[in-house]
Write a protein of this length. Structure first.
Length: 477
């Protein structure tokens, strides 16, 4: 008999004479009541065992974590909190679980403990909910772009270019560690390496995506990116996923419109599809907030925060106006900020971004026209010669969630910017070709997918919204 998902059994419109369910035991009470979960929903289905006619040896094997198959009638539940339950007529243990050794016991575990057991943490309510929400968000990303005629492009994981110019890259090599070939100057001879040149794991698919946008019109990438940045914070990962659309003929205003519309679409789609999981995560967040000092608690519940983004137009503010607001703000004057804003040109920190969103404007904010010297080489230089057509989207609780720009389409200006930053023209000859042959205004942005999942789930640490986090000194599993 083919088994039915727990989600479908709980959503049934009528009782059924015989069903089969398979899953993992969450709890087993009074030798009679099994709470069974198969990952299809946050809810368990209660399976009632006829313990008087079940061998004692079998009952002893119904432990938390065990995989079982139950067959029986789907009937209206006698207990509160569930519509249906299964009256078990046949029970089979598919996989035993040693009750004393299984780490995911039905009790509250610290997030740190769960990270140490990332291979099993998805069996908990919280992580099951997080991963279903992540999956739905991922689907919504593709659906949004596909519905609008974007072409999905798979950009390289291994690359010879540093799109951000930050140098924080993981090197890819097949050279031996002992006896590495050297040049006459004593440097590593990458000409003898697998690709014949120095290569790294990508930090962004943007540059390659731009070349495709200049032929296909509108494209997007959605794939893994890597940063060898030694940041042990709750907002950084060494391996994470990036969503990067690039659109020919779009200027900065078009880019801001696209980013706002995109974010609202994927958040709304997930709110509509993941109601039960988000309600659970909302109550989890509310419990977590109770342990914080009153001043640090969020003014909004999780669903209120999500609806806040959906119902508010994003406020568009120039970097220059934002600096004036921050310089004159009470936290700045009273030196409450860790990084005091004294002058134009400062690189904004998370505390500044959150102040603008949560305290000053009280809505999502798009900052634009940043100083050229704190932004990447490919951003279009404004006529003032000191700012670029960059934009960042700031969210409550998160700070920056999107970074984007109108790209510099003028060949001579782009070459001058690369020279000023010491970027090798020969390395990026192919990128410059798009400015030589049929150049046009074009724009795009990057959205760190985990930061989006962080916002939608209400989690506070980015390591808890990716299946197996990769961080400094941690590549477990």
């Amino acid at each position: 008999m083919k088994h039915t998902k727990v989600k479908d059994l709980l959503g049934s419109s009528a009782t059924v004479a015989q069903v089969n369910a398979k899953g993992w035991v969450r709890t087993f009470r009074n030798n009679q009541f099994i709470a069974l979960n198969d990952g299809s929903t946050i809810n368990n289905i209660q399976c009632v065992v006829d313990f008087e006619n079940t061998p004692e040896e079998t009952l002893k094997r119904i432990t938390t974590g065990a995989a079982i198959s139950v067959t029986g009638a789907l009937v209206e539940s006698q207990g509160a909190g569930q519509k249906y339950e299964i009256q078990v007529s046949k029970l089979e243990i598919l996989g035993d679980s040693d009750a004393e050794k299984f780490p995911m016991q039905p009790k509250k575990h610290s997030l740190e403990f769960l990270r140490e057991n990332a291979h099993l943490r998805v069996r908990t309510n919280a992580f099951g909910a997080i991963m279903r929400v992540r999956s739905m968000l991922s689907f919504a990303v593709h659906q949004y772009f596909q519905e609008r005629g974007f072409v999905y492009v798979n950009t390289p994981i291994i690359t010879g270019s540093d799109a951000e110019g930050a140098g924080e890259m993981f090197r890819v090599t097949a050279l031996p560690f002992d006896g590495t070939p050297r040049t006459d100057e004593g440097k590593v001879n990458f000409k003898e390496d697998f690709f014949g040149k120095e290569t790294n794991l990508t930090v962004s698919g943007q540059l390659e995506a731009e070349t495709f946008a200049m032929a296909l019109g509108q494209v997007y990438t959605f794939g893994p990116t890597f940063r060898a940045e030694n940041s042990n914070t709750s907002r950084h990962l060494a391996e994470f996923w990036m969503i990067e659309p690039e659109v020919a003929f779009n200027d900065l205003n078009d880019n801001m419109d696209l980013a706002e519309d995109f974010i609202k679409y994927v958040v709304k789609y997930t709110v509509d599809k993941c109601g039960e999981d988000l309600k659970f995560l909302e109550s989890r967040l509310a419990d977590e907030e109770k342990s914080k000092p009153q001043a640090e608690r969020s003014e909004m519940s999780l669903l209120e925060k999500l609806n806040f983004v959906l119902t508010n137009d994003f406020k568009r503010v120039s970097y220059t106006e934002a600096i004036d607001i921050l310089r004159d703000s009470i936290p700045n004057k009273k030196k409450k900020f860790n990084y005091i804003i004294n002058e134009w040109g400062a690189d904004l920190q998370s505390e500044h971004e959150r102040f603008l969103v949560e305290k000053h404007f009280k809505c999502p904010v798009i900052l634009f026209d940043y100083p050229a010297n704190i932004k990447a080489f490919y951003m279009r230089l404004n006529e003032d010669g000191k700012t670029v057509r960059a934009m960042d989207i700031l969210f409550p609780g998160i700070g920056e969630i999107v970074g984007g720009s109108q790209r510099e389409e003028r060949h001579d200006v782009l070459v001058e910017k690369m020279k000023a930053l010491g970027i090798d023209e020969e390395e990026l000859w192919w990128y410059l070709d798009t400015r030589r042959f049929g150049t046009a205004v074009h724009s795009g942005f990057g959205l760190g997918f985990e930061r989006l999942v962080l916002f939608v789930t209400g989690m506070s640490n980015i390591r808890d919204v990716i299946p197996f986090p990769r961080t400094p000194m941690n590549a477990e599993f």
